[in-house]
Design a binder for this molecule. Structure first.
Ligand code: AMP
Ligand code: GLY
Length: 424
């Protein structure tokens, strides 16, 4: 079959890399793709929001299946558009993608189907929101009610931070439309993890879990980012907790969506907190996680293309995984997640050992070398017999390509290593 991947970041590179290994896939395309993705798929510079252009490409190239990476086209209705054009998509339609696109929709769904999550209130009025903050006190979490690329969330540890955050979200209109409704929710304490599942209707195939590192700097300091690195498995989250999360969170969400008349097809991503009273939902996403995908897919031994096709036929395929530990470290432009420069030179990426899995996010080819072209530049992932080994090797890879124009966290996986050290 011929497959089209929509998007052009590190996650899409990992999806393309995995699909390229499948004997089921004849031709692989990406739009817009990237100079990095071009190593495994034919790239066409069509924007992920240009549904008409993408559908025309899919028809011209005899695409049998389209996989959508980013949330914006899904929330904007790409799956509905493709279906009307008679094209098959592994991704939710607009109504189901609201589980990511609208936090208030997601929260209402969780309430109705008794899915464990933090208590919350939604506000459109600044005064009422501010009064509520003062009644509940800190720590507390504020979220813009729309898509804000992971940057519309403020975890306020003091009431002053909460007040300031509310102003940023509601008054400065920093998030324009996304900030006109604000969700204020209970702060959850515990260990965070990401559980993704391949979903079709009521059928659910969970993937191995991963843990992201959202803060920009080591020891989880600094501003929230789109993710600075990830690892899988996550040994401090026991299998019984994952099993419980699938049973009490993922499955009820999926059957809830179906009962509401908006069945989900695609990847359902649950961002979870293991609290004292069990796993609770921080957020749902309607797509593969970034950078989680870059460490989860390298551990998947099963054929991804075949699995998706079987799932969409109504089967529930089982998956097999390597026991090896995957660690992925993001190389980011100096200044990210704030302002940063583009077009800065990188070290010799072609000199990386072949066991280093290189996933491009924001790079550009220039002659025989590579330049930075985004906030998150690339991710290198390694598989190792244990987490420490994998991380040591990947950190050496990073040292060999880093320049003054970029930075990376050397402590990816620190929570697992600390938990292991405590057990000993
Ligand atoms: P989100 O974009 O919703 O994933 O939020 C970004 C990050 O903020 C999450 O990965 C968590 O680390 C943190 N966060 C979000 N909501 C909460 C919450 N209710 N309690 C504690 N931390 C949270
Ligand atoms: N890594 C978090 C996300 O993909 O939203």
């Amino acid at each position: 079959m011929n497959v089209l991947i929509v998007g052009g970041g590190g996650r899409e590179h990992a999806i393309a890399w995995k699909l390229a290994q499948s004997p089921e896939v004849d031709r692989l395309y990406a739009a817009p793709g990237s100079d990095g993705i071009a190593a495994v798929a034919e790239c066409t510079p069509i924007d992920a929001m240009d549904f008409e252009g993408l559908a025309a490409l899919a028809k011209a190239r005899d695409i049998d299946l389209t996989i959508v990476g980013p949330e914006q086209p899904l929330v904007g209705g790409i799956a509905d558009y493709f279906e009307r054009e008679g094209l098959k998509v592994f991704g939710p339609k607009k109504a189901a993608a609201r589980i990511e696109g609208s936090k208030s929709f997601a929260k209402a769904l969780m309430k109705k189907y008794r899915i464990p999550t933090s208590h919350y209130e939604t506000f459109t009025d600044y005064r009422e929101a501010s009064d509520y903050l003062h009644r509940t006190g800190a720590p507390i979490v504020l979220k813009a009610d729309g898509l804000a690329a992971g940057k519309g969330v403020i975890v306020a540890l003091t009431i002053e931070e909460a007040e300031q955050g509310l102003k940023t979200l509601m008054k400065d209109k920093k998030f324009s439309d996304a900030g006109s409704r604000v969700v204020i929710e209970e702060y959850l304490e515990g260990e965070e993890f990401s559980l993704m599942a391949l979903v079709h209707g009521e059928n659910v195939v969970p993937l191995a879990i991963a843990q992201d590192h959202k803060r920009a700097y080591e020891e989880d300091k600094g501003p929230n980012t789109g993710g600075m690195g990830a690892y899988s498995p996550v040994p401090q989250i026991p299998p019984s907790v994952v099993e419980k999360a699938v049973r009490t969170i993922v499955k009820p969400a999926v059957s809830g969506l179906a009962q509401e008349g908006s069945p989900f097809t695609g990847i359902l991503y649950a961002g979870l907190m293991l609290t004292k009273s069990g796993p609770k939902v921080i957020e749902f996403n309607c797509r593969f996680g970034d950078p989680e995908t870059q460490v989860v897919l390298p551990r998947l031994k099963s054929d991804l293309a075949q699995t998706i096709v079987r799932l969409m036929r109504g089967e529930v395929p089982s998956l097999s995984w390597t026991d090896e530990n995957a660690v992925g470290v993001v190389l980011a432009s100096a200044g990210y997640p704030g302002d940063y420069k583009k077009g800065e030179p990188l070290g010799d990426l072609d000199a990386l050992p072949k066991d280093a899995l290189l996933f491009h996010a924001g790079t550009k080819k220039s002659g025989s070398g590579w330049l930075t072209n985004g906030g998150r530049v690339l991710l290198v992932a390694r598989l190792g017999k244990n987490l420490q080994d994998a991380r040591d090797v990947v950190n050496r890879d990073m040292e060999s390509i880093a320049t003054d124009a970029v930075f990376f966290r050397k402590d990816i996986g620190h929570r697992a290593l600390k938990a292991e050290a405590q057990k000993k």
